[in-house]
Ligand binder design. Structure first.
Ligand code: SAM
Length: 284
């Protein structure tokens, strides 16, 4: 089998199929031979696992997943890569490349059809231009996932894995925390990729929760509250909640007081419980 993290192998297989890097699709391919095996190990795969990948590129991580999982479903939007993948993954009979934009695919239907009875995990080196949308789609779709082990831009890792109620936290931190427990696994410098991107990366793992950490009357209102509270980070929660929801400031002030919170509190200081309490009262 070819060494798919070897720069010369990548260049030659791409040249043979007339494929050039598409920056717009976030095509930075891994060339550090230790990263993909470590990611696949961290994903916790076995014969009964169906691994979902987003963006196989030339198949370097796909091959590591295929060695360890019962089945690999890999979504690749760039159809120029299909003949490349046919060649590079020829040794595996448990990989299916799905030539679809992951954001538009019927993930639930595809998983039900192809991974019935299996444990399902996501493991991918994500295209950075849609990191948060992909993660939120995977979580919000309530797919039967055990975990999501992904490479993301370092700054995205900081935000996704921040503690709720800390300075690094944002709306996406709260949203991710509602669905999963997050942890940083390891740092990956920018020169581990071809071509090297401008930013460093980090591999993170989200372990999907069986139940959310807080009970809310309405999930839609909970997320509406979180989005509004973080809509103007430098302002107080009173101001941003008012402009984000259209509810008058004096009403918000009373709700904050009823929830036992200071009028001057900022969104980044609020806990999951605070957001839950606020959303329950705000939209009563
Ligand atoms: N897994 C490979 C690696 O680690 O070397 C490639 C990762 S590269 C960062 C991201 C991959 O995602 C590219 O192959 C790109 O074509 C693909 N991609 C970009 N947008 C996509 C989308 N919306 N749906 C599916 N694949 C996408």
């Amino acid at each position: 089998m070819k060494n798919l993290s070897d720069i010369n192998v990548i260049k030659s297989v791409m040249a043979r199929h007339g494929v050039t890097f598409n920056k717009g699709l976030g095509q930075n391919f891994l060339v550090d031979p230790e990263v993909c095996p470590a990611m696949a190990e961290a994903a916790g795969l076995d014969e009964n696992t169906c691994a979902i990948e987003v963006g196989p590129g030339v198949g370097v991580l796909t091959a590591e997943l295929a060695k360890r999982a019962g089945k690999v479903l890999s979504f690749e939007v760039d159809d120029r890569l299909l003949p490349v993948l046919k060649e590079t993954l020829a040794d595996f009979d448990n990989v299916e490349i799905i030539n679809q934009d992951v954001m538009k695919a019927d993930l639930k239907g595809i998983i039900e059809e192809k991974c019935a009875g299996m444990d399902i995990v996501v493991c991918a080196n994500l295209p950075y231009y849609i990191t948060s949308p992909i993660i939120m789609l995977l979580l919000e779709s309530r797919l039967p996932l055990k975990s999501i082990t992904v490479m993301v831009q370092k700054e995205a890792a900081d935000r996704l894995c921040a503690e709720v109620g800390s300075r690094d936290g944002g709306a996406v931190t709260v949203a991710v925390n509602y669905y999963a427990e997050s942890e940083k696994l390891f740092f990956v410098p920018r020169d581990s990729f071809l071509p090297p991107p401008k930013v460093n990366s980090e591999v993170i793992r989200l372990t999907v929760r069986e139940n959310p950490p807080v009970a809310v009357k309405s999930e839609a209102n909970f997320f509406k509250t979180v989005k509004a509270a973080f809509s103007q980070r430098r302002k107080t929660a009173e101001n941003s909640l008012s402009s984000g929801t259209g509810i008058k400031k004096d009403v918000i002030a009373k709700v904050l007081a009823d929830a036992g919170l200071e009028k001057t509190v900022r969104a980044e200081k609020l806990t999951m419980e605070d957001f839950a309490r606020l959303s329950d009262i705000l939209f009563e």
